[in-house]
Design a protein around this ligand. Structure first.
Ligand code: ATP
Ligand code: MN
Length: 478
């Protein structure tokens, strides 16, 4: 057996001397021809490996370069040096894979995040991305744990869909027709009857509609999968391919929905604090260092860990859309014409408005409810005022919208009336409408953009830095 190793995370936790310890990893630095800082991805803390002078051939030592993969067996001893409690005194060192120092693009120094995006295939080997992706893993695990503990069923909704009715965003077409010479119908339009599925298909923008089908049988389901939006806006919060978590619950109204979303967000943050404190402390320090370069009024009032603990320990603010608009209209930012976009009842709030509410006014996450029906999707439940729907968005400091959800319209006549008003053909959604015909129930759900959650928890500021290989306009490398 080759892999008889101990992970470095475990090794550095040991406090007794131990013979015959094997570790494997990638060299971060090699100092004085003697001290190797070894990392295996299990933690940001490097293990100090000591190659005692005179014990190893020069030809071998020359091959211990940054990012070379090595296997070391030796004796774990108390370290006399500063910075670590223990170190590994090497008895044997094997080079598993060389790394040419002349060519290797990552030097043991600080690189810009922009540069690291260009070498996203190697950026996992930096401390920042090591921490970000271990935290991302924990959050994903916590998502499943939360819903599983509450008896939700994990439903896998399709990636390829024929419905483009939802209007959540621009879609990517899926087709096997020849691009240069597609078959045409009698009117000269592309004939999708000849396409693979016999109709036009796209990549999904949301699993919600199928999720509702599950909820109206299992009671409570969630999805957690990739979604695709051909967003042409190049922002720090939008990806063309992102992961979304979408719970759908029968027998839930808007308030139940909000309670669940708030509990859920707090639960997964708490899980990360409990399981990834080392990584979060590193990211906390990273953010503090970044912010030192900003003018004082642009710096966060809380450190990353303070912010996370604050969110876990405090209730989210809950206001209606109408109240939100009033707050904006009465703000000094509005009166001093600091907003780029106008404010009045009926607008789809821009991110500057959302950020004002969250960062300036309430200084905590805010749940905004009961939006004008004109700016929301057809499936949201109409309120009795005839003007608003039972929608809820959760806005987070530094991120803006992190959750979008609603109580769903369970009353068939009201649902079809909204569809007619919005020109959504009933034939296309016959299967969706069936749930309203056969045992319809009050139900609700929401979508949480997973990368926005990872942004929030890691304190990173660009969504491209919290997904392994970002897909954005004009960029699909790796
Ligand atoms: P936004 O106004 O920020 O574009 P949206 O209203 O289009 O968001 P929804 O359709 O409600 O968003 O999607 C649910 C959640 O998915 C959002 O709250 C957000 O967290 C996330 N999300 C939406 N679009 C993207 C995207 N392009 N990249 C990453 N996450 C996204
Ligand atoms: Mn959008």
């Amino acid at each position: 057996m080759f892999n008889k190793r101990i992970k470095i995370k475990e090794v550095i936790g040991l406090d007794q001397e131990l013979n015959d310890v094997t570790v494997m990893g990638w060299v971060r630095t090699f100092r004085n021809n003697q001290f190797i800082a070894l990392n295996d991805g299990s933690t940001n803390t490097n293990l100090q490996v000591v190659a005692e002078l005179g014990l190893f051939e020069d030809t071998l030592l020359k091959r211990i370069t940054t990012s070379a993969a090595i296997k070391v067996t030796g004796k774990l001893v108390k370290s006399l040096g500063k910075g670590q409690n223990i170190e590994l005194k090497a008895v044997s060192i094997d080079i598993l894979g060389d790394s040419d120092p002349e060519q290797y693009p990552l030097q043991p120094k600080k690189h810009s995040l922009e540069f690291l995006r260009e070498i996203a295939h190697l950026r996992f080997r930096t401390n920042t991305f090591g921490s970000v992706f271990r935290v991302r893993h924990s959050l994903a695990f916590a998502v499943h744990k939360f819903f599983h503990e509450r008896g939700f069923l994990y439903l896998h909704t399709p990636i390829i869909t024929a419905s483009d009715a939802e209007g959540a965003g621009e879609m990517f077409r899926v087709s096997t027709l020849p691009l240069d010479n597609p078959p045409k119908d009698a009117n000269g339009n592309i004939d999708f009857k000849e396409d693979f599925f016999g109709k036009a298909t796209n990549l999904t923008v949301s699993g919600q509609l199928e999720g509702e089908l599950g909820a109206t049988a299992f009671g409570e389901i969630y999805t957690f999968g990739p979604t695709f939006r051909a967003e042409n806006s190049n922002t720090a919060r939008h990806l063309a391919e992102f992961w979304m978590i979408e719970p759908e619950m029968a027998f839930h109204d808007l308030e139940d929905n909000m309670n669940l979303a708030e509990d859920f967000i707090k639960y997964i943050i708490r899980f990360a604090i409990e399981h990834n404190l080392e990584d979060l402390s590193f990211l906390d320090q990273r953010l503090a260092d970044e912010e030192k370069l900003l003018p004082t009024d642009k710096r966060s009032e809380m450190s990353l860990l303070e912010k996370l603990n604050f969110v876990v320990d405090n209730d989210f603010e809950r206001i209606t859309y109408t109240e939100a608009i009033d707050i904006l209209l009465n703000s000094s930012a509005y009166k001093k014409k600091k907003f780029q976009y106008d404010v009045k009842w009926g607008i789809d709030m821009q991110s500057e408005h959302e950020r004002y509410l969250v960062e300036k006014h309430f200084k905590k996450p805010v749940i905004v409810t009961n939006y004008p029906k004109e700016i929301k999707a057809f499936y949201m439940r109409q309120n009795d005022d005839g003007k608003t729907v039972a929608a809820m968005d959760i806005l987070a400091p530094g991120i803006g919208e992190i959750v979008g959800g609603s109580q769903r319209e369970e009353r068939l006549p009201l649902l079809t009336q909204r569809m007619a008003e919005m020109n959504i053909p009933e034939e296309e959604l016959w299967w969706y409408l069936d749930t309203r015909k056969y045992g319809t129930v009050p139900h609700a759900g929401f979508g949480l953009g997973f990368e926005r959650m990872v942004l929030f928890v890691t304190g990173m500021t660009n969504i491209r830095d919290v997904i392994a290989f970002p897909r954005t306009p004009k960029s699909a490398e790796f």
